[in-house]
Design a protein around this ligand. Structure first.
Ligand code: 293
Ligand code: CA
Length: 188
């Protein structure tokens, strides 16, 4: 049996007071935290809206700029100069303009480039050659082809000296003399 003023009970009262203080501090911290989360939510909402508007503006801008002689596919853009050049001249024009001759690396990229050749009704030079080793076509980087779309019986090295590649308006590839004049286009 305990008396009033029992030191053990007093200790408990003190402990309760400490816990109540801690609880109030936690509640305050939690409500501040919730306010901050709401402020951040609002800011994210504003940024999402701005991003959406930028994306819309950018795709509208691309449509405007790429018409009628450019195509965008993934992160790549193909653009044709419209004129016909030898491989060497076409290559030089591309590099000077901060790009390179087209290297379609997938069916989707080939299709995008085909649309340009179809629209111009001209065959276009690709970037790849087998100059270094006859029969082995490589990209300007020296890397082996990861994709090809040769026409039937191609590449045939006709006449023994076809080291460049043209893409026909139907999208199929043919090895061709580098000195021929073909549609000059460029990828960036
Ligand atoms: C030969 C056979 C033709 C072919 C042509 C091209 C030239 O003349 O069927 O279209 O070669 O491969 O690049
Ligand atoms: Ca050929």
């Amino acid at each position: 049996r305990r008396e009033k003023g029992d030191p053990e009970v007093n200790d408990l009262w003190q402990w309760v007071a400490v816990l109540e203080g801690q609880l109030r501090r936690l509640q305050k911290a939690f409500s501040q935290y919730k306010k901050e989360v709401n402020v951040l939510r609002q800011r994210v909402g504003i940024l999402e809206g701005q991003l959406q508007r930028l994306q819309n503006a950018f795709s509208q801008y691309k449509r405007a700029v790429l018409f009628p002689d450019g195509r965008s596919v993934g992160e790549k853009i193909f653009k044709t100069a419209g004129s016909k050049k030898t491989f060497q001249d076409a290559q030089q024009i591309c590099t000077q303009a901060g790009g390179q001759l087209p290297s379609p690396r997938s069916a989707a990229e080939n299709e995008a480039l085909t649309q340009l050749a179809t629209a111009q009704n001209k065959s276009a030079f690709l970037s790849m050659t087998d100059i270094r080793k006859e029969g082995t076509f490589i990209y300007p980087t020296g890397e082996a082809l990861v994709y090809s779309n040769w026409a039937p019986q191609e590449p045939n090295n006709d006449g023994g000296s076809e080291n460049c590649v043209e893409i026909f308006p139907n999208g199929k590839w043919n090895d061709k003399l580098c000195g021929e004049q073909r549609l000059s286009s460029r990828e960036v």
